[in-house]
Design a protein around this ligand. Sequence first.
Ligand code: HEC
Length: 267
Amino acid sequence: MKYARIFTAVLIFGFAFGEEDPVEHVKKQRQMLREAFGLLIEQYIEEGKELFKKYGLDKCDFGAGPGVVKGVAAKMPRYFPDADRVMGIESRIYYCVAKNTGKTFRQVADEMTKNWTGPGSKPPSDIDKISFYIVSESRGMKIDPSVNHPKEKEALRVAEAVFFKRWGALDFSCAVCHASDGQRIRLQQTSNYYDPYPKAKQQDFNIYPIFRAASEATQYADHRWADCFWQMRLPILLPGSILSDAMTLYVYNKIRGKEIEAPNVSR
Ligand code: HEC
């Protein structure tokens, strides 16, 4: 709870604005959080850069040649012939670490996510810091994932079906919470991933990975899907799974053309 006091101060200051439009209110609150936590994010990026080398990822091909990270986040997830599947940044990290260490992909994915942060203030895990670093090298670039390879098309179709499918004890689908602008759960806006950008006005995945101030958790795609699946009371989606990367491709495809403003901070 190291940062709880800063977060509370921002919240109280935020309420001092009084009866304003909730969307404007959230915008102002975000701006203040960014000012309060900006340095912390830069620190995680620096640590991620060191970890990138420590895990031998300078030999890993993220789609632009071994060790190249500039701009790769804007073009992922994508199909990788060596793995014969669609991979987002996290899966690609698990894949390359597995190759470097002789472990299996699943072993690495499970190990690297076992310290996912959440309420209770654990330090961010290496996977989040490495992702922070990689995505930071695509800041300001327009999101433009490839959807031409048959496996990319297949991933998109599977994810689209999942987006609309109602299931689980609560009979939720992603669409229940994420299919129009202007939807909120308490003060949290939920993005619109039914309409593509720029028709949809409320879409936030371009700020991921994030530092979530309320729970002091760092979070990227795999972790987000696990959370949203948990909210739907479905079995937790495995990090690095085919479906996890398919969901990322689906959402990234909906925000194609938006600029990456990540890593960032959220309430
Ligand atoms: C019960 C409502 C609910 C359901 C169902 C749900 N989500 Fe979410 N989702 C949320 C909330 C709340 C957040 C956090 C918003 C924030 O960070 O302020 C969120 C965050 C996200 C984010 C990241 C933040 C953003 O605004 O882009 C994405 C992407 C996302 N959800 C996609 C999905 C997908 C895909 C599914 C289906 C697998 C899904 N969600 C199911 C409520 C839901």
